[in-house]
Design a binder for this molecule. Structure first.
Ligand SMILES: Nc1ncnc2c1ncn2[C@@H]1O[C@H](COP(=O)(O)OS(=O)(=O)O)[C@@H](OP(=O)(O)O)[C@H]1O
Ligand SMILES: [Mg+2]
Ligand SMILES: [Mg+2]
Ligand SMILES: [Mg+2]
Length: 372
């Protein structure tokens, strides 16, 4: 029923005209990044369809890394460099492991996949000057360098992009939710966030219906959902939840977010609906469109530092849909500390009507004091 509460306004014509686009702040960045995320979603879907799981590597942090992660980061990075050559990139992956494997099947597969995605025909909205389309192949070295352009340290000043080429790697490998996530930070403030979710139902009330959505938000311009295979934009606005109508969105992996803390907070708030568990920043998109009323990510006490690419794109979606995103003390997430968010105080994302009640419950559950 909460789906009916969504305020959805079709504004497809608003962003389509290039005259309108270029007049809006960050219009070229939005258009380019949308195209890059769309291509990366096509790439990752095709990897999944062909994927043989024994091609999965294991990195030191135990998260599975697939050819899809590397190839998608290479693709997005090439496209960003072609249009915004001066902008640094904070990307999840780096090519160190691939460089020692010259000629390996894995490396050749990554190069082939990235090039296939780069040379795919132009579709509506694409521009040849972005360095995409037939004949735009790159060499192996150029693609490995593109992956390594994601090695920027982050920081407080200037423009920088974040790329998480496949967020929710475990969901991806299970054939469930994952997301291709890109954001643009300016002086540590998120100005643009784009999240492509190839497996997410376009309408949560029709779980067996059409799948594949992109969520996009530019600061001050609202949050929109676009079907992966179309251009109709739907403006998203978070419905007003009360504590009694709330339900949680949370990680599938208990290692990533403490389910037991969430359970305690749930009882304090009197929430009876079961949590909606899904992998990846698809959770932020679902929150922005009202599939759930609250996203909690509580530290599991293992000293993990959250990464900026795991939250910057999602945070702006929720804020532009009318919600509030803070850590569990009520402090804003700080994207200016480097590649991580620093000490892990968790994430509390919710509608403005309930956010402070949730913070109180978190404080009660964890014995922490909200930041003054
Ligand atoms: N210990 C720990 N604590 C918190 N977070 C961690 C931890 N380990 C990994 N990660 C990051 O979690 C990202 C995926 O988590 P999600 O919430 O998106 O999905 S999940 O349900 O937890 O799988 C995942 O992003 P991807 O690597 O892009 O999949 C990681 O960056
Ligand atoms: Mg990872
Ligand atoms: Mg991630
Ligand atoms: Mg990832």
């Amino acid at each position: 029923m909460y789906h009916r509460l969504r305020i959805q306004v079709i504004i497809s014509t608003l962003f389509r005209s290039s005259t309108t686009m270029s007049a809006r702040p960050f219009a070229p960045e939005r258009q380019l990044a949308l195209s890059a995320v769309r291509r990366a979603c096509a790439l990752t879907s095709s990897v999944f369809n062909k994927l043989v799981k024994n091609e999965t590597l294991t990195k030191g942090d135990k998260s599975p890394v697939t050819v899809g992660d590397y190839a998608a980061q290479a693709l997005i990075s090439v496209m960003l460099k072609n249009s915004f050559p001066a902008d640094p990139i904070v990307g999840e992956e780096d090519a160190a492991e691939l460089r020692v494997e010259e000629g390996s099947v894995l490396r050749e597969r990554i190069i082939a996949l990235a090039n296939e995605a780069l040379v795919a025909p132009l579709v509506e909205g694409d521009k040849a000057e972005w360095g995409i389309g037939p004949g735009q192949e790159k060499t192996s070295d150029e693609l490995l360098d593109a992956i390594d352009r994601g090695n920027h340290d982050g920081g407080r000043t200037g423009r920088m992009w974040t790329i998480d080429p496949i967020d929710g790697t475990k969901g991806f490998l299970r054939g469930e939710q994952y997301a291709v996530c890109v954001s643009l930070l300016v002086d540590a403030q998120v100005q643009l966030g784009i999240i492509g979710c190839p497996n997410l139902p376009v309408d949560a009330s029709k779980p067996d219906g059409e799948r594949g959505c992109i969520f996009v938000a530019v600061r001050g311009q609202g949050c929109q959902q676009i079907p992966l295979t179309g251009s109709t934009e739907t403006a998203l606005s978070m419905p007003a939840f009360t504590p009694s109508s709330l339900n949680f969105l949370e990680s599938v992996e208990a290692l990533h977010s403490s389910h037991s803390t969430t359970d305690t907070i749930s009882s304090i708030l009197g929430i009876t609906r079961p949590p909606l568990r899904m992998d990846s920043q698809a959770k932020y998109g679902c929150l922005a469109r009202g599939d759930g009323g609250l996203y909690l990510r509580m530290p599991t006490g293992v000293g993990y530092r959250e990464k900026i690419w795991d939250h910057a794109p999602g945070a702006i979606l929720v804020e532009e849909a009318g919600g509030i995103v803070t850590d569990s003390r009520g402090a804003p997430l700080d994207f200016g500390l480097g590649r991580t968010l620093g000490e892990n105080f968790g994430v509390v994302a919710a509608g403005k009507e309930v956010h402070s009640a949730v913070l109180d419950a978190v404080q009660q559950a964890t014995g922490t004091k909200a930041k003054a």
